[in-house]
Design a protein around this ligand. Structure first.
Ligand code: SAH
Length: 387
């Protein structure tokens, strides 16, 4: 008999609404082992579809298909092909970008990023972890990469009872990989870099910000220079600030590689550095705030809001009249409306009237699946100080 999980009426309602996740509280009966592909039955014994099953996660079910559509190798392969073809159709001017964005590509909990001739994959559930050898073979067949690296080190894997590992699944992965994003060349460290090496989700917002960037630029939370390197060629002087010594060393190397002499990288805590710059009466014409997710869960939302307000308020005070503030939040738990309200409060408290010039989100290679709010996490507002 095939493996089978029964869910409640509320779970069935969720499946119908198009959400791929069913929570533990909506699972009523289990005849399956963790990591299996299971039949999902409704409370009236109707087959609702097939799903990845986890026996430890708070999200035991991630839907792969609806009705009696069978999940086999051909279906997985087709979804990979579709995801890859979609990216190819976007005309992305970069050699590093996301090929598979999990739920939004109907391949829940699977991430595949391309870095030139190399791929980095993440399997973030028991079921996807089990499918990974098969997925790897398909990626080799479809894309013929020189190497595939599994960056299976995100903490969420522990919630699935999975190990945190980094391993080469195919071919070779060098110490660093040279990639290009628009006019910028980066050296990406796929094994040790944050996320899978670079913050690929901000590529289009970097391009957008470059259209406004000018004068003195301050890039806060710069990592290895995503915004700083892209915007520096439009600015007279660039200051990049990050708390990580590694990141600062990378920015410096990348600045040399890209012949950007007017770029200074500082190792500092942005909260302290903004205060210091304010005390010394400095002004900037373009400021970028791209902090890490301050709200990693619901409990941390109040502190996160205070943090967002503080950095935005201080950045507004440092902004010269007519200057631009590119401000981001990648916390899923802070909604777009909440973030807009923080910006409003920061504008009031700093007595800086600002106009919203562009409202942006993650790049098109990180699509948002309608009906699945969890896939909309990145907010990026481009503001202009109007006096
Ligand atoms: N803007 C980058 C991505 C930023 S990721 C890009 O476009 O690629 C967030 C960065 O913030 C990380 O590099 C992390 O080291 C840094 N960081 C976290 N807390 C910080 C703090 N308090 N002060 C300065 N940097 C911080």
């Amino acid at each position: 008999m095939s493996s089978r999980v029964t869910i409640s009426a509320r779970g069935e309602e969720r499946v119908r609404s198009g959400h791929p996740w069913i929570y533990r509280s909506d699972v009523t009966d289990v005849h399956a082992a963790g990591g299996e592909i299971v039949e999902v039955m409704g409370p009236r014994r109707r087959l609702l579809g097939h799903a990845l099953f986890s026996d430890q996660s708070q999200i035991p079910i991630r839907m792969l298909s609806h009705g009696d559509v069978v999940v086999d190798a051909a279906l997985i392969r087709k979804r990979l092909q579709q995801a890859i073809a979609f990216r190819a159709s976007l005309g992305i001017d970069a050699t590093a970008y996301r090929l598979v964005h999990g739920e939004a590509d109907l391949l829940p909990s699977l991430i595949v990023d391309r870095y030139g001739e190399y791929l980095v994959v993440q399997a973030l559930s028991q079921g996807m972890d089990r499918l990974l050898p098969e997925v790897t073979a398909m990626l080799v067949e479809l894309l013929a990469p020189i190497g595939i690296l599994a960056r299976n080190d995100p903490k969420v894997r522990t919630l699935e009872g999975l190990e945190q590992t980094i391993e080469v699944l195919h071919g070779d992965i060098p110490e660093s990989v040279l990639v290009r994003e628009g006019p910028v060349e980066y050296d990406a460290d796929l094994r040790k870099g944050q996320k899978t090496g670079l913050f690929l989700d901000q590529r289009e917002s970097r391009d957008a910000a470059a259209k406004y960037a000018r004068g003195r630029l301050l890039d806060c939370f710069s990592y290895n220079g995503g915004f700083a390197l892209r915007l520096a060629r439009h600015c007279s002087e660039t200051v990049a600030v990050d708390i990580s010594a590694d990141a600062v060393a990378r920015i410096r190397e990348n600045a040399v590689r890209n012949s950007l002499p007017n770029l200074e990288a500082r190792e500092a805590n942005v909260f302290d550095e903004l205060r210091r710059l304010e005390r010394s009466g400095e002004r900037f014409d373009t400021i970028v705030l791209d902090p890490p997710a301050f709200a990693k869960n619901k409990a941390s939302v109040p502190n996160a809001m205070a943090g967002y307000k503080e950095i935005n308020l201080r950045a507004m005070r440092l902004l010269s009249p007519g200057g631009y503030l590119v401000t981001c939040s990648c916390s899923y738990n802070v909604s777009e409306d909440m973030f807009a309200e923080v910006i409003h409060q920061a504008s009031i408290d700093s007595r800086t009237p600002v106009a919203l010039v562009e409202k942006r989100t993650q790049g098109r290679d990180h699509p948002i699946l309608v009906g699945v709010p969890e896939t909309y996490y990145l907010k990026c507002f481009i503001l202009r100080r109007v006096e």
